[in-house]
Design a protein around this ligand. Structure first.
Ligand SMILES: [Zn+2]
Length: 308
């Protein structure tokens, strides 16, 4: 059993009207999901920066609607995950779907818009994508500024609502500002900077801070975050897992594939149905306990929202 903390299927459902039930075009569709060891999948609302500012929130609402109408409601075996108890309650034949937000640009500087997204089911909130927004700069911004006053307000709301603050994509300064203030911390999809130097990967200092704060962070399958090789292999990904474990991340680590957010893929890890290839390799190098923690236990234990 596996929990995957990040995919961009909703973007393709919105942009390309892809058919979630079964589509060649999707790396995560229902047919492949049911066949895979993935029990719980997180679905990110990600509104591309090209969408005009005044339309971005409406598009986010539309993606939340698509999540419920195209992924959850039609299928009796797919359950909407609102809290940790929902994760524990999933039956053998059931799948769990979590709604997340990637980038607070869609809310502008309006905290009520974030409240609305939370009420529609968002349970993890990425503060930025690569660009700057009213909350913080993203890692793609040269300026590299940290959290704004509004950003503090956003994190305070997430703390109050028991929702994850997701630090993937955030500026270096923003990372350390946010990690001080956020109560429930995750970095949903990124690898280790020391293993392969990409700006989206986590430095040793960041890994240490995440471990100290008992955060959750997800290994991602983006090939160009993993290695500079022409063909990136599962073994290259294992180096990141080993590194995170060596740095004390055993109780923090999980998976955040970024399927449907990538067109290039790691060899033999091309869509959700390829997870068994990864698990097979992981089984050769790590203990059963480590594998259980990474695959699902850490995610469930840290899922911040509890049933009232
Ligand atoms: Zn991303």
């Amino acid at each position: 059993m596996v929990i995957d903390a990040h995919c961009d299927v909703l973007l393709k459902l919105w942009q390309d009207h892809a058919d979630f039930e079964s589509s060649e075009q999707l790396q995560v569709d229902l047919k492949k999901w049911r066949k895979s060891p993935v029990k719980v999948q997180c679905f990110a609302i990600f509104v591309p920066e090209e969408v005009p500012k005044e339309e971005q929130f409406d598009v986010a609402l539309e993606m939340a609607r698509l999540f419920h109408e195209k992924i959850v409601e039609p299928y009796p075996d797919v359950q909407f995950i609102s809290n940790q108890q929902d994760l524990h309650r999933l039956g053998d034949d059931q799948l769990g779907a979590v709604l997340t937000l990637e980038g607070c640009h869609v809310i502008g500087n309006d905290i009520d818009k974030l409240k609305q997204l939370i009420s529609l089911g968002v349970r993890a909130v990425g503060l930025t994508w690569n660009q700057a927004n009213a909350v913080c700069d993203g890692i793609g911004e040269k300026r590299g500024a940290g959290l704004t006053r509004f950003g503090e307000e956003v994190i305070d709301l997430l703390n109050k609502e028991s929702i994850w603050t997701d630090l993937s994509h955030i500026s270096y300064q923003g990372f350390f500002d946010a990690i001080e203030r956020a109560r429930y911390i995750m970095a949903s999809h990124g690898n280790a900077m020391e293993v392969y130097p990409h700006r989206r990967n986590l430095s040793d200092e960041q890994i240490q801070a995440l471990v100290n704060r008992d955060a959750w962070f997800g290994i991602t399958f983006v090939p160009y975050f993993t290695s500079g090789k022409k063909i990136v292999e599962i073994n290259d990904l294992l180096k990141h897992i080993q590194y995170f474990i060596d740095k004390g991340g055993e109780n923090c680590l999980g998976f955040g594939s970024d399927f449907d957010g990538i067109s290039d893929t790691i060899d033999r890890l091309e869509d959700i149905a390829d997870y068994p290839n990864l698990i097979e390799e992981v089984n050769r190098y790590f203990t059963n306990e480590q594998i259980e923690k990474i695959s699902y236990r850490n995610f469930i234990e840290k899922f911040p929202r509890l049933e009232n």
